[in-house]
Design a protein around this ligand. Structure first.
Ligand SMILES: Cc1ncc(COP(=O)(O)O)c(C=O)c1O
Length: 482
């Protein structure tokens, strides 16, 4: 039996023992909790086939689960898609497909060949799911600033320069690099940076050679400022001033290869500041005759890797003062490109670089897809006397080391019949949405057809064009028989 009461000395000893046990358990718990593996240890364990991954597993499972849903090959499920009654996001169908699993063709559908949405590269990334996947923690780079207080990832800068060196499309090593939220942001930042100082009292005229990318005009007009204004087509300068070099207050947009007609271009206004937009100067769209070495060059992930959604572009700039002004603009506007995006781009560009000249070279893949489209389109249009396409000869490409077939991003379609003076409208009646030439200050006889979109869009485009050309043949046969 227990004694009815203890002496004070024994009680004191018990209290001391219990406190010591409690303290020890707290210390042991703290030791184990603070000993969670560091990211590098996790990576080490994963690469050794270890099973130490913890908090990333559910996210990885969710990502793989939506990616595994096929949607009949005519749609995708996305993690942030609209959640259905089953509590899961449903299929988002490609244009002209419908139904819960996208297996139903929309009857009589009008095909969209309008925007330059670069979905032709989606199958490439599906084949490279592992190399391009990105996992990051909820506390990844929460700060406004990244390494050394910068807005830009130094590693991403290095990878981009490495890519230019390996592809040979631009001299990047002696240039500064500035990231933007899409190249669209950089185009506006550069117009600001190349304009006269606000207290100079003068205003720069912004020009481009028609047919030009319409956003040069629309964004300059929208961001209307005292220091610059939209001046119009360069034809005026080319004719009036010949080779005059007195054009300091002119900012010339040059797109090479050009959007919409896909020609390689150089600045034409002597003495002007040129913004050379190389969105399409990659071997999947054009031969690369030589590395470009302009003072200001702009590139975009949208057309390089197809990640238009990431809104990421970069400018290569020679002059430090221009860099400073572009940075001022970016600082005021967005305080740099999203750090989440920069991480994604780092993984995408590393995957591209790792596969250059290999079996899974993105440029070889992209060129094959685009060449096949161009060949098929030409085969159909060559039977027509109603519409024609721009002519592009095969050319030697320094990257591929051979003469390559054309693989343009856009078809620049001309309507040849007198009565078809609105080519956009004529094609719309044939159930094809294009981008009117007049948006680029070209004649309404021209319209742009995008070849960058998904294979589904292209297949339907080809079907609609074949119907148009066949109808033409039927009309001719009809009139011949009369
Ligand atoms: C010539 C040209 N420059 C810039 C852009 C805009 O690209 P981003 O998606 O980087 O804003 C486009 C998009 O179609 C383009 O065709």
């Amino acid at each position: 039996m227990e004694p009815a009461s203890r002496t004070p000395g024994v009680l004191g000893l018990h209290v001391l023992l219990c406190s010591s046990l409690l303290l020890n358990s707290l210390l042991v718990a703290h030791h184990f909790l603070s000993a969670l593996p560091a990211p590098s240890e996790l990576l080490g364990a994963a690469s050794n086939g270890g099973g130490s991954l913890s908090w990333s597993l559910q996210a990885a499972r969710d990502a793989e689960s939506v990616a595994a849903t096929g949607c009949s090959g005519h749609g995708r499920v996305f993690l942030d898609g609209i959640v259905g009654e089953d509590g899961r996001p449903g299929c988002e169908c490609n244009n002209c497909f419908e139904g819960a699993d996208c297996s139903v063709r929309t009857p009589d559908c009008t095909v969209n060949a309008d925007s330059g949405d670069p979905m032709f590269l989606e199958p490439y990334w599906m084949r490279h799911a592992e190399a391009s996947a990105v996992v990051f923690s909820g506390w990844h780079r929460m700060s406004y600033r990244a390494t050394d207080g910068l807005f830009q990832s130094v590693e991403l800068e290095r990878s981009i320069k490495q890519l230019h060196r390996a592809v040979g499309n631009a001299v990047a090593d002696d240039k500064h690099i500035v990231f933007g939220t899409g190249s669209s942001q950089l185009l506006s930042a550069l117009v600001y940076a190349l304009s006269p100082d606000s207290n100079s009292g003068s205003s720069a005229g912004v020009v481009a050679t028609a047919p030009y990318y319409a956003a040069y005009k629309t964004s300059t007009v929208l961001f209307d400022s005292q220091e610059n204004h939209w001046e119009g087509n360069t034809a005026m300068w080319a004719n009036a001033s010949g080779n005059s070099t007195n054009n300091e207050d002119i900012i010339e947009f040059v797109t090479s290869p050009n959007n919409p007609d896909t020609q390689l271009r150089k600045p034409v206004v002597g003495g002007a500041s040129a913004i050379v937009d190389h969105a399409y100067y990659w071997p999947h769209f054009t031969h690369i005759p030589e590395p470009s070495d302009e003072d200001v060059m702009v590139f975009t992930a949208s057309k390089l890797s197809g990640h238009a959604s990431s809104r990421f572009g970069w400018a290569l700039i020679r002059d430090e003062k221009v860099v400073q002004r572009v940075n001022d603009y970016i600082q005021q506007n967005t305080m740099g490109a999203s750090r989440d995006t920069q991480l994604r781009m780092l993984s995408v560009i590393k995957a591209i670089v790792a596969n250059l000249h290999g079996e899974d070279d993105i440029f070889a893949f992209g060129q094959d897809v685009m060449t096949a489209k161009w060949r098929k389109l030409n085969a159909v249009v060559s039977r027509s006397r109603r519409i024609s396409l721009q002519k592009i000869p095969p050319q030697y490409c320094t990257y591929l080391g051979k003469i390559r077939e054309p693989s343009p991003a856009y078809a620049w379609v001309k309507c040849e019949r007198e009565e078809d003076d609105d080519c956009y409208d004529m094609l719309l009646k044939a159930k094809i949405i294009t981008r009117p030439g007049v948006w680029s200050e070209a004649s309404s006889r021209y319209t742009r057809v995008s070849l960058l979109r998904s294979q589904d869009d292209f297949d339907l485009l080809l079907k609609r064009l074949t119907e148009l050309v066949d109808a033409e043949k039927d009309t001719t046969a009809g009139s011949n028989s009369m």
